[in-house]
Design a protein around this ligand. Structure first.
Ligand code: ADP
Ligand code: MG
Length: 690
């Protein structure tokens, strides 16, 4: 239940003075639906209203002048603005006002009066203008104009200065709250109290006060991170408290493993040992296995499934697409069934008698492993004794879907697999409620993918080379970028590219995000079967798709992609014995950062290192790439500037939960208010119900 003290902050924005039915949706768009969101809105810059002379005016800047009113030019038609000519000893400017003013402007600012005028300078074909100055004050009342003013995000129909008045009112509604941070920590970090930090954010005294490194912004970021980490730690602890079946390492798994034509890498062995420790604990496992595509996650999962099967239990392995499910099935069914572990593949294609038979094998427990897609959690799919759920690329599934699958057993162990690399520093923010095992070592004997950056004007050479390679029997991916916000034009670009390539190359296929699942699967399957030599795709190409014969990956406008994404795309080639290449086409000239980013990709094949470097280079700026990897939408916390706070918040949260799981102590009660303030719990319940 929300504590009463927070009620004013959780009221809708329409309760703020001046926010009527027209403004409310605009303010919601800028800040959010409740007063708290307005109070939390960060100014993005500062203006200083220090007077300058007109000869020093710069187009587009907010500047302040002391002017003499020279002439009023009344509009001759209603559609025209009211203009005031004004000057200082160094030049002229026209002040422009839209709307009906009758004589009000002339009365307020008579010819011959002096005014301090502040606003945005606009030099264009009409000369030097200022449209709707922010301030026009008598020099005697110059103090009415704030010396320094923070600027807030605005939107069409809602000016930044208007936003500021709402922000200040929202701030007034923010109460003093009991301190939830440890006083020694506050002193060490020189953090102000919460209310003070918030107030400081809205009255910056210099640019330094806008920096995410300023103590008040670090304090707010830390509060936010701690609230989130607490929710994650509580959920993890709750899951642990649910008793689950103990599963012992088995002879079957040992034989399955020793039958493989290769030995596990050290990282694979460690991951399996982690899983077995969870299995032995009697607590419910929630473990994420993170590792690049091809790092050998699936075979580790296979050994865990063998342990489960040996103890009489069952496993469901769920993949996001049919083609991935099929590939998993092909990887594991042979080795497992050789040792008496029955595996069925269940996808949307199974119908009628064949499907009924598979369901019977699962229901009777005769098959110990089910590999499949969404088809796995249909109501009529029943297991005899489901003990382990393995989810590949879990962010691709909705919560309800995962829940339905897990509900088919009791306190089912959960294992997630992800090939989306996350910088180590951010791991806690994305997977704070899971235990993580990293497979950071590649199986030996892989030839690295030769990676080259090629400017667009030389695309002809790339196509020529592609012809040779395809003539030699190899296959290629051709990835088209997100051209713009609009998916339609992305699609158009990909369609055009496919059309152009069709004229130059044999059997070109196209797959894009607007196609239905089965349509996509059909094209992917044609490519996997070698019926297509080139596959043009928007970025929908499934992570993990294994087409060993594909040796070329061309990525158009590579500079627009996040590094982690480029790395994943590249991971789709270099899976066979043949040498592979990745061509990064770019629009010259490249910025220095873009150059550095593409360089990193050329130099290393380590997904974790790439993710780390990417974060460093972007300075946390590119939210899109991060969001794709599951990074939460924080208000204050910045993934780069506040990365040092993440680990501290994680440690702090775990310590608190271990001592005071119910948050019943005095500090605990204050922490409950913090949690409500940021409302993470509700968000988490939606994010993952594993
Ligand atoms: P992931 O699931 O991480 O993408 P997989 O488990 O599917 O990776 O393994 C990718 C390929 O590498 C498979 O063909 C698998 O047989 C092979 N493989 C896995 N582990 C090793 C290893 N230790 N040594 C050699 N090959 C391996
Ligand atoms: Mg895989």
């Amino acid at each position: 239940m929300r504590p009463e003290i927070l009620f004013p902050l959780f009221a809708p924005v329409s309760t703020l003075k001046g926010v009527g039915p027209r403004v409310a949706p605009l303010l919601e768009r800028v800040a959010g639906p409740i007063v708290r969101d307005v109070a939390f809105l960060k100014p993005h810059s500062l203006v200083r209203r220090t007077p300058a002379v007109l000869s020093a005016a710069r187009d587009g800047e907010i500047m302040t002048f002391e002017l003499m009113i020279e002439e009023h030019q009344r509009p001759r038609a209603n559609s025209q603005p009211w203009r005031i000519r004004a000057s200082d000893p160094t030049g002229w400017i026209t002040l422009v006002f839209f709307g009906r003013f009758a004589d009000a402007l002339e009365k307020r600012h008579p010819v011959g009066a002096r005014r301090i005028v502040s606003g945005k300078v606009n030099d264009d074909k009409f000369g030097r203008q200022m449209v709707h100055p922010d301030y026009m004050a008598d020099p005697d009342k110059a103090e009415e104009i704030p010396e320094i003013e923070p600027i807030y995000p605005a939107t069409e129909g809602l000016l930044a200065r208007r936003v500021r008045t709402f922000v200040l009112e929202a701030l007034e509604r923010a109460p003093e709250l009991p301190e939830w941070q440890d006083p020694a920590f506050l002193a060490r970090e020189r953090f102000p109290a919460w209310r003070e930090a918030l107030a400081r954010m809205h009255s910056p005294e210099s640019e330094a006060d806008l920096s995410p490194l300023s103590p008040h912004l670090r304090r707010l970021a830390y509060d936010e991170l701690l609230a989130h980490q607490l929710a994650l730690a509580q959920r993890k602890a709750a899951r642990r408290r649910e008793p689950a079946a103990k599963i012992a390492p088995s002879e079957v798994a040992a034989r399955v493993q020793s039958d493989l034509p290769f030995a596990f890498t050290g990282a694979q062995s460690r991951a399996l040992a982690d899983i077995r420790a969870d299995f032995a604990s009697g607590e419910r496992m929630s473990r994420l296995i993170q590792g690049d595509v091809g790092s050998g996650k699936t075979v580790v999962a296979m050994c865990a499934m063998a342990d489960v099967a040996a103890g009489g239990g069952q496993t469901a392995l769920m993949a996001p697409t049919e083609i991935l499910a099929r590939q998993h099935y092909e990887t594991i069914s042979g080795p497992l069934s050789d040792h008496g572990v029955g595996v069925v593949l269940l996808t949307g294609r199974d119908k009628g008698k064949a499907r009924a038979e598979k369901l019977m094998r699962l229901g009777s427990g005769e098959a110990a492993v089910a590999v499949g897609t969404h088809a796995l959690f249909q109501d009529d799919v029943a297991f005899q004794k489901l003990q382990l759920v393995v989810i590949d690329e879990q962010h691709r599934f909705g919560v309800a879907e995962r829940q339905r699958l897990q509900a088919k057993g009791d306190a089912v162990h959960l294992m997630a697999m992800s090939a989306t690399p996350i910088p180590r520093t951010l791991e806690l923010t994305v997977y704070g409620d899971l235990d993580v095992s990293r497979i950071d070592e590649k199986p030996p004997g892989r030839t690295p993918v030769a990676t080259r950056a090629v400017p667009m004007p030389r695309m002809g050479e790339v196509v020529q080379r592609l012809r040779d390679v395809v003539a030699g029997g190899a296959q290629a991916f051709w990835i088209c970028p997100l051209v713009s916000e609009s998916e339609v034009s992305d699609l158009a670009a990909a369609e055009m590219r496919a059309l152009a390539l069709k004229k130059l190359l044999p059997s070109v296929g196209l797959v894009h995000g607007k196609m239905s699942g089965p349509e996509k699967d059909a094209v992917m399957a044609d490519f996997a079967d070698g019926k297509l030599s080139v596959l043009v795709a928007t970025t929908v190409v499934e992570v993990g798709v294994n087409v060993p014969n594909a040796t070329i990956m061309v990525i158009e406008q590579a500079e627009r992609f996040g590094l982690a994404q480029l790395h994943q795309l590249r991971g789709r080639v270099g899976r066979g014995a043949r040498e592979s290449a990745c061509v990064l086409l770019y629009d010259p000239p490249l910025s220095e950062t873009a150059q550095q980013r593409l360089d990193i990709l050329r130099r290393t094949d380590d997904g974790f290192l790439i993710a780390e470097k990417d974060l460093e280079l972007r300075g946390g700026g590119d939210a899109l790439g991060l969001r794709q990897s599951g990074f939460p939408d924080y208000v204050f916390a910045d993934p780069f500037a506040h990365r040092d706070l993440i680990a501290t918040a994680g440690d702090d949260a775990r310590l608190i939960v271990s001592r005071d799981a119910e948050l019943a102590s005095a500090r605990g009660k204050a922490l409950q208010i913090l949690q409500e303030l940021f409302d993470w719990k509700a968000g988490l319940a939606l994010r993952d119900a594993g």
